[in-house]
Design a protein around this ligand. Sequence first.
Ligand code: NDP
Ligand code: 1BO
Length: 318
Amino acid sequence: MRTLQFKNGDMMPNLGLGTWKSAPSEVFNAVVEAIKVGYRHIDCAFIYENEAEIGNALQKVIKDGIVKREELWITSKLWNNAHRKDQVLPAIQHTLKDLQLDYLDLYLIHWPIAFHDGVTYPKSGSDFISLDDIPIAETWQGMETVAKQGLTRHIGVSNFSIKKIKDLLTTASIRPEVNQLELHPLLQQNDMLDYCDQENIYLTAYSPLGSMDRNPAFKAADEPNLFEHPVIVEIARAHQCSTAQVLIRWAMQRGTAVIPKSVNANRIRQNFETYQIQLSEEAMDQIAALDKHYRFLNGGIWAQPGSSYTLANLWDEG
Ligand code: NDP
Ligand code: 1BO
């Protein structure tokens, strides 16, 4: 297992198990299986509505002596309906209770998007609150407070542009240490990788396999399929591994963490066995040429009429 080392010496395993869309009835077995196979990093979030079942799984593997708490890296995320400074503490307390933990390793602002209290997914523009009304700097103060209280060892962001990270760094007293964002061969975000490298911020690659199990409402009709991309298929053939393993290994070899989701025991194991693969320089060069800046999660669900959010101001692009 490879790790990414933080300033205080903590180590984040560069391969974690994603849990978005993992049904509560399936996620317990998935997490237990993953930890038995060797995973030590689990990516969670309040909005995935399965943290209680993940908590039961963590309790089981700890009680059974398979792993100690301090050997695990557990990430969770603050949902968009708890961005006010004084909402962060109750939000992380809720997550910790569900996960049956005393502390998280990493807590992230899930999106630079704010909703009114009680809104889980917005139905109309009036469910949103603008970043003028709750600036990210305010939310970050809440994140810093819970970090200082020891409820999380590290804090970071997710779905943040370079501009938003730069703005945050002007007021932060604790620097963000991770940005979790969509990364795969069709969305390589090299500028972000270079910028975060200079700023000692790690990137975690989400949806590394193309997130094929998303609700069709979140999918474009003509969405590409990474598993069928001819270049990825050929590299997998040449390296005698699966296309999923090529995609996961590519993320690792770029120096990012990567968190493929699976609830299937064979695929959980196969994804972990990616540690045994090394992509050739030629393969890395071939994949470098595939970038199209294509987002599977383009944020369109947040750009609702009547809200202050647009795709341009979400990603600070265009
Ligand atoms: P992924 O790109 O990880 O793809 C998951 C899909 O791939 C599932 O259908 C899964 O099926 C399948 N799969 C997994 N392994 C294999 C394999 N070896 N061969 C073939 N198919 C495979 O999608 P996600 O969008 O879930 O991203 C991963 C994680 O990143 C999330 O679960 C979440 O933890 C995080 N995330 C964070 C976001 C954020 O805003 N911060 C946004 C999106 C994701 P099966 O389960 O049946 O194996
Ligand atoms: C709305 C999607 C969140 C996944 O992390």
